[in-house]
Ligand binder design. Structure first.
Ligand SMILES: C[S@@+](CC[C@H](N)C(=O)[O-])C[C@H]1O[C@@H](n2cnc3c(N)ncnc32)[C@H](O)[C@@H]1O
Length: 314
């Protein structure tokens, strides 16, 4: 991805965006707003020197490692229409934290009020364009189904799909599903959790961004009711093996199968799966069940670390 510098910054003539990016230097402020004049250039014996920019009127935003890429949220006209027309009905608007995708620590949601009924809760994290969310909601009319997705155009497409299919038992949250589980879902309250084709972050230096890690596994286990299923799928073999290792090691979960699971019956073919198949990759399904274990703590996800630079290659 080419990053462009805000036009108001006077850059030293030798700094091109690609140079600054390759040098791994701190990139210019992405959110606009007045900056504190010229960029600071730290003395360095290496070429090019390190360049950093800081907006004058903005405190430093606390960054955590997250499992998604921040990308443009531009919507096409049909997504715009769906967003305008359906978000009042389908979007659960939560107060955000420092990032637009984070959730305020004091946010609460009364799911029974949101759905207009009390029913078993099913969650999908990273619901994308909503194909699986819609299929699960349709197959389980007696459940309240929630999709957490950080990419607004995908949420808008899901709204279109749910409306077209006449599905009334699904709602969407435009936010990080890790925070959603932690802050908005009560321990032991889920009857199903789904994570299908999470971003693979296949480069070793990006593995820390993978959604499925031991901390998240413990959080997820803590939110499932006893006997409830956590269903996962991926087309990335090495990630599939890593998932097995992480989930097998989580004391609150047991593998429902003796190894890989058969394809989950309510999981439709999505663009991501089709792409993996077209590239000759194998699809791995996993199915874990919440087992009786010691009560799990209310977990805080991940230790804050600096955000890595660079874009994923998938
Ligand atoms: C590779 S796509 C797969 C989408 C969908 N599950 C499918 O199978 O078609 C991964 C999706 O997860 C979303 N995502 C990644 N991390 C997330 C998080 N922590 N919370 C919510 N959504 C997330 C991304 O925005 C993206 O839409």
């Amino acid at each position: 991805m080419v990053r462009t510098f805000p036009p108001e910054i006077a850059l030293p003539t030798w700094v091109t965006p690609s140079l600054a990016t390759r040098a791994g230097s701190v990139l210019p402020h992405r959110g606009g707003g007045p900056l504190s004049g010229a960029p600071r250039v730290a003395a360095s014996p290496r070429y090019p020197p390190q360049v950093s920019f800081r907006p004058a009127d903005r405190p430093r935003v606390h960054r955590e490692v997250v499992s998604y890429v921040r990308r443009s949220a531009r919507m096409n006209p049909s997504q715009e229409r769906a967003w305008r027309g359906q978000s009042g009905r389908l979007l659960v608007d939560v107060p955000h934290g420092e990032r637009s995708t984070s959730i305020s620590p004091d946010a609460t949601v009364d799911w029974a009020t949101e759905f207009g009924r009390d029913a078993p809760l099913m969650v999908e994290i990273g619901s994308g364009r909503g194909e699986a969310l819609a299929a699960v909601a349709e197959a389980h009319p007696d459940a309240n189904v929630i999709g957490f997705e950080v990419f607004q155009p995908a949420v808008a497409s899901t709204m279109s799909l749910l409306t077209r299919e006449g599905i009334t038992n699904a709602r969407l949250v435009l936010a990080d599903g890790v925070e959603g589980l932690r802050r908005l879902v009560a321990p032991g309250s889920l009857s199903q959790l789904a994570v299908f084709f999470p971003d693979p972050w296949h480069k070793a230096r990006h593995h820390k961004r993978r959604l499925i890690d031991p901390t998240f596994a413990a959080l997820a286990a803590s939110r499932l009711a006893l006997g409830a299923h956590w269903r996962l799928a991926t087309d990335w073999e090495e990630y599939a093996l890593a998932m097995r290792e992480v989930l097998d090691a989580e004391p609150g979960l047991v593998n429902a199968e003796d190894g890989w699971a058969p394809r989950y019956v309510d999981r439709p073919l999505t663009k991501y799966e089709a792409r993996g198949l077209a590239a000759g990759r194998t699809i791995y399904d996993l199915d874990y069940v919440r087992a009786p274990a010691e009560p799990l703590p209310d977990l805080v996800h991940r230790t804050p670390l600096p955000e890595p630079h660079g874009e994923p290659a998938w």
